[in-house]
Write a protein that binds this ligand. Structure first.
Ligand code: FE2
Length: 683
């Protein structure tokens, strides 16, 4: 078809008795984004294999979503490689223009697609390549090589690395959210909705007057009244079952933090639980149950010695508990022992379900607050948000638009730089909500983050490895694992289908210098060059590449959904997940009662601000893009398009499977239903 097009142009030139004219139809597609059109005139130049066209002025108001021009040139241009565009400077109106794509149709009927999907904000020359993906060594044309190099040089001036705190992964340098490039900012829809939600959260929850109330809760009924302002089906289930041991255990598998639990084959030396303590009235033995794989442990040693916050001028408390769980013959995950601090001793009693109901419930409440701190800082902020930002900046700095990995990964970076900028500004800054209202807010928060970074390994980010390493392959009713592994496999199949089309053998991976620069940047900036993480600093084989890219897409989409979307569901009823704890951990048994539990709960204003924040962070915007949807047509070749369609079909089948399974569950597990999983970390 390409040859035919060139020959057609030459034939017309040879046999025409009139002066040769080469005609193209050029169609501009402006984006759906609000204010995406431009008043400015545009200069167009076509660069082909034979020659370049003259610079042609196109004068019309680019307000329509689709606008077609006919351009005529006296010379044949050959196969079109690049389109150059410039907006003409206008004295008064220089509004940014969101250009989605350009389509070029030759007289012979050949259609060239030029994906853009960028804001054009200045009047400089911008070059866009034809949609067919190409690796750097595929480009034999020196012109194309230069465009490729120039594109990356320009992007590296805009997307610069910065470090918010010395021990944290690097982030995107930005002084204010307005200094972020338009390409990575929220759409107007998202900006308006999120701003509205943030401003109105307390009002909408009808709890505005309580946000400044620095007193203690006087009764469970008062907390209940607050909760009734805003409920979900799942939060209602939590509200009804939060005291039950089976539900306490269930949350380690299918709550919003399924990352703590692991099979226990030997007890840690600092957790002296005996047979007598946990199986005194049972024929079972702890040693046998451990051998049989029925004992599980959640160890919050990462919180040991963490400095707790001071809220409303009152010292708060963070404990570092150990929780032992038993998988019963009825397949329930029941807690059987809780020690609230790491160092065993008389003043650090081990609590059991056989203790008084208030002693046991108070111990479980301390654990739930410990879990909240590790969940939000390690599983959510660090392992999804901050890593997703590193993946995004590394793509933008190292891969040109024409690179297949850019086309594959950029949809999975949508809004991530902006939401992380806001998280640093509004959640963990000096006056951030987490800093002010969480028991670990302040210095403690950064200790936890720093320790969490040391615990991140490549295997722990790859779900199949993580499940195997935690010994959880055969735990029953573990829906996070079941749905997650199916999603991992579907993403892996999709990534493999796309990448083997471009990388025919391992040598191609090894000699792709852009790809190697991308992985090196992630290793150095995201994982701070720590070889102990097992994160690759270079890639040698197609299989290694496919696995790493699967991990990137899984982390940005599925894993973030698993730890993000249920925040209000599980934390909205405060007694299930207090954001802070106002009493020191008990040193003796037999003193707890309902009044003590109420004293342990955070103050009213702390509760209300925590509740409003998790509500805001659970609210998807109306312009969310869900997994498998690629509204931007970055790939134009048949094979990647086929793989995209197959990916979507696989995801729809999984969604149906999950929905059928959920119909038979008292509490459906919905967070990995592909229909609810967003493509990127955007919330
Ligand atoms: Fe999030």
């Amino acid at each position: 078809m390409v040859m035919f097009d060139v020959v057609f142009q030459l034939l017309v030139l040879l046999f025409s008795k009139v002066k040769m004219v080469v005609i193209y139809q050029v169609t501009f597609f402006s984006g759906d984004a609000t204010h995406s059109s431009t008043f400015n005139d545009v200069f167009l130049t076509l660069v082909g294999t034979e020659s370049s066209s003259e610079r042609t002025k196109l004068s019309r108001f680019f307000k329509e979503k689709m606008l077609t021009f006919e351009v005529k040139y006296p010379e044949p241009i050959g196969q079109i490689l690049v389109i150059k565009l410039e907006k003409l400077h206008h004295l008064l109106l220089n509004q940014p223009w969101f250009l989605a794509k350009i389509e070029l149709k030759s007289l012979a009927g050949k259609i060239y697609q030029f994906p853009v999907y960028q804001w054009i904000t200045d009047c400089e020359e911008h070059c866009f390549r034809e949609g067919k993906a190409a690796l750097n060594f595929d480009d034999s044309n020196s012109l194309l090589k230069n465009y490729r190099k120039h594109e990356l040089e320009e992007r590296q001036k805009v997307y610069c690395w910065d470090q918010y705190k010395k021990m944290l992964p690097y982030c995107m340098k930005a002084e204010s959210f307005k200094s972020l490039p338009l390409d990575v900012r929220f759409s107007t829809t998202k900006e308006v909705e999120m701003g509205y939600t943030a401003a109105k959260a307390l009002i909408e929850l009808r709890i505005e007057e309580l946000a400044e109330c620095k007193t203690k809760w006087e009764s469970m009924e008062d907390i209940d009244r607050l909760y009734r302002c805003h409920r979900t089906d799942i939060s209602d289930y939590v509200h009804a079952h939060w005291k039950e041991d089976a539900f306490f255990g269930y949350q380690f598998l299918n709550g919003i933090h399924p990352m703590m639990i692991q099979r226990c084959e030997t007890l840690p030396p600092n957790f002296p639980v005996s047979d007598q303590m946990v199986f005194s009235n049972s024929p079972l033995h702890l040693g046998d149950e451990m051998k049989n794989g029925n004992i599980f442990l959640c160890d919050y040693k990462i919180l040991d010695g963490v400095k707790a916050n001071i809220i409303n001028k009152k010292q708060q408390y963070v404990v570092a508990p150990l929780v032992l769980l038993h998988k019963t013959p009825e397949n329930q995950m029941m807690p059987i022992a809780i020690q609230l601090q790491q160092t065993p001793g008389k003043k650090n009693p081990i609590f059991f379900p056989t203790d008084s109901k208030w002693d046991w419930l108070l111990a479980k409440t301390f654990v739930r607050n410990a879990d909240f701190n590790v969940h939000e800082l390690s599983a959510h902020l660090l392992r999804t948000h901050l890593l997703a930002e590193d993946f995004a900046v590394a793509v933008l700095r190292n891969l040109p638009m024409v690179h297949p990995l850019y086309k594959l990964l950029i949809p999975h970076t949508r809004y991530t730089l902006m939401i992380n900028f806001l998280a640093r500004k509004l959640l963990i800054s000096e006056n951030g909500v987490f800093t002010k209202f969480a028991s670990s807010g302040g210095d403690g928060m950064f200790s936890i983050l720093s320790r969490s970074i040391s615990s991140v390994t490549y295997r722990s980010l790859c779900l199949p490895d993580d499940i195997a390493d935690r010994g959880l392959e055969d735990v029953p009713n573990f829906y996070y694992r079941d749905d997650g592994l199916k999603l991992w496999n579907i993403i892996h199949r999709f990534v493999q289908g796309i990448l083997v089309f471009y990388y025919k053998d391992d040598k191609m991976v090894q000699k792709d210098s852009e790809l190697q620069a991308w992985i090196k940047d992630i290793f150095q900036k995201g994982f701070l060059g720590n070889k102990d993480t097992g994160v690759p600093e270079k890639l040698d084989t197609v299989d290694e590449l496919v696995k790493f890219v699967t991990m990137v897409i899984f982390t940005c989409s599925a894993q973030h959904s698993a730890v993000n979307s249920g925040q209000y569901d599980f934390d909205g009823w405060m007694p299930n997940t207090p954001v802070s704890i106002d009493l020191p951990p008990p040193t003796t048994k037999g003193t707890a009662d309902e009044a003590m539990l109420l004293r342990a709960f955070p103050h009213i204003n702390t509760t209300v601000n925590g509740m409003a924040t998790v509500w805001l962070l659970s609210k998807q915007s109306t312009d969310s893009v869900f997994l498998g949807n690629y509204p931007e047509e970055l790939f134009t070749e048949d094979i990647p398009l086929q793989k995209k369609r197959a990916f979507k079909e696989d995801l729809m089948k999984l969604s149906e499977e999950i929905n059928q399974r959920n119909e038979h569950l008292d509490l459906p597990y919905i967070y990995l239903d592909p229909k609810l999983v967003e493509n990127s970390v955007s919330l």
